[in-house]
Design a protein around this ligand. Structure first.
Ligand SMILES: Cc1cc2nc3c(=O)[nH]c(=O)nc-3n(C[C@H](O)[C@H](O)[C@H](O)COP(=O)(O)OP(=O)(O)OC[C@H]3O[C@@H](n4cnc5c(N)ncnc54)[C@H](O)[C@@H]3O)c2cc1C
Length: 382
């Protein structure tokens, strides 16, 4: 994403690339193989001031813009998809709702420790009945009783749910109002009645903890409501808009890692007496992957730029995530093809990139839902 970067953005990009190459990339294969949650890596990222990067300094953040955030997510994901997803979700899903919808005291109390990197944050929207149709599937209820929200229900697929200090949770507070009866409530990790379920076994992203969460008469102070009662659905949609820039950047990082590995391998591997990079079939795969990732880079940059300019970026964020995730999927597919049998072995990293990237076509809006979002925006505006 070198398109018209400012001095500051370029400096952050270079600093994080160096950090990720030194501190994350050498660990990535082991994190994947051992399902290891690399807590120490997040502590090092906190020391670099990355865990609150886009939030104001008064809340322990770095005061950077969304373009910088996307650059950092890309660099971290290029080194490890697991660390990349955990980081992207922490910023966009754990921290951003508190910053965007919380009042001053909530920001001080809940955002500051997250932005300083003392702990991770999480967001719980999805339930067993389905993630795409949020309005129709949220059944977790929150009832105001004696100055407390009493929450009952369960959530699935909560990224970092097992380790988060706080979980922004979408609940039904008035069933009669449909999606206008949904509210976002911040549930602290030590809230009585909050039960963390099993950590899911996944195809990829083995170092990211994806967890079920149960609320059994879970009691949370009344003042933990984020924003207005009934605003939860809108807040969830706004949060996902921002999050999609992060997932687009994550895909970009994984796609780039796959492309770089392919180029290196194609120059080293010999067949028919010459490097396979000399064959046009291989060159075309490299050219197509490179071109598509470049296009994805511009879409991610555009969405981030619009967000920074406080313009409507919902459609561009959907396009950025959709295109980047599918371009990276194709780049990873080609990387395995270029590696031949070696690409299918765990000895080489490209099969990991392929598995890790697959999530980017599903989480925070599937490719099908994003096509609906884009089409709706276009049809509405003409
Ligand atoms: C690793 C991982 C991490 C995640 N992290 C989080 C998290 O931190 N917080 C959280 O709340 N959730 C999280 N999720 C959940 C994720 O956002 C959902 O899985 C996703 O939104 C899809 O929901 P679903 O799995 O219920 O699929 P469904 O909604 O059941 O969809 C199934 C299929 O039907 C298609 N479909 C559905 N409706 C339509 C339609 N109208 N038109 C066309 N096709 C349609 C979908 O595109 C998909 O192909 C995570 C998931 C994973 C795998």
């Amino acid at each position: 994403m070198d398109f018209q970067l400012t001095e500051e953005q370029r400096a952050i990009q270079e600093m994080v690339r160096e950090f990720a190459d030194k501190e994350i990339a050498p660990r990535a294969a082991d994190i994947d193989r051992c399902d290891e949650f690399p807590n120490d890596v997040f502590q090092k990222m906190a020391a670099q001031g990355l865990m609150g990067l886009p939030f104001p300094e008064q809340y322990g953040g770095g005061g950077a813009d969304t373009v910088s955030q996307a650059l950092v997510v890309e660099e971290i994901s290029r080194a490890s998809g697991s660390v990349g997803l955990t980081y992207a979700a922490h910023l966009s899903l754990g921290c951003a709702p508190i910053y965007n919808f919380g009042i001053e005291e909530q920001k001080k109390k809940w955002l500051t420790p997250l932005a300083k990197g003392e702990s991770l944050g999480a967001l719980a929207l999805t339930e067993s009945k389905g993630g795409s149709d949020l309005a129709g599937s949220v059944a977790t209820t929150a009832v105001l009783t004696g100055g407390e929200w009493v929450i009952n229900g369960s959530k699935m697929y909560v990224t970092s749910g097992a380790v988060a200090r706080s979980i922004n949770t979408l609940c039904v507070t008035d069933k009669s109002k449909g999606h206008r009866g949904l509210s976002m409530i911040l549930v602290p990790r030590d809230a009585p009645g909050l039960v963390i379920g099993k950590v899911e076994e996944k195809m990829g992203l083995h170092g990211s903890l994806t967890t079920q969460v149960f609320f059994e008469d879970c009691r949370v102070p009344k003042e933990n409501l984020l924003g207005a009662e009934g605003a939860g659905f809108k807040q969830a949609m706004m949060t996902l808009d921002g999050g999609r820039i992060g997932i687009g950047a994550m895909a970009l990082g994984l796609g780039r890692a796959a492309l770089e590995a392919s180029v290196k391998y194609a120059q080293e591997r010999q067949a028919f007496g010459k490097p396979i990079a000399d064959f046009q079939a291989i060159q075309w795969m490299i050219a197509d992957a490179s071109m598509e990732l470049e296009a994805a880079r511009l879409l991610v940059a555009q969405a981030a730029y619009l967000k920074d300019q406080k313009q409507n970026f919902s459609q561009q964020a959907a396009m950025a995530k959709l295109y980047a995730s599918e371009a990276a999927d194709r780049a990873c597919w080609k990387a395995i093809q270029i590696h031949g049998g070696a690409g299918y072995l765990r000895d080489f990293p490209v099969e990991r990139f392929y598995r890790d990237n697959r999530l980017t076509l599903i989480g925070e809006g599937t490719s099908e839902i994003l096509r609906m979002v884009i089409a709706r925006n276009i049809l509405k505006n003409q």
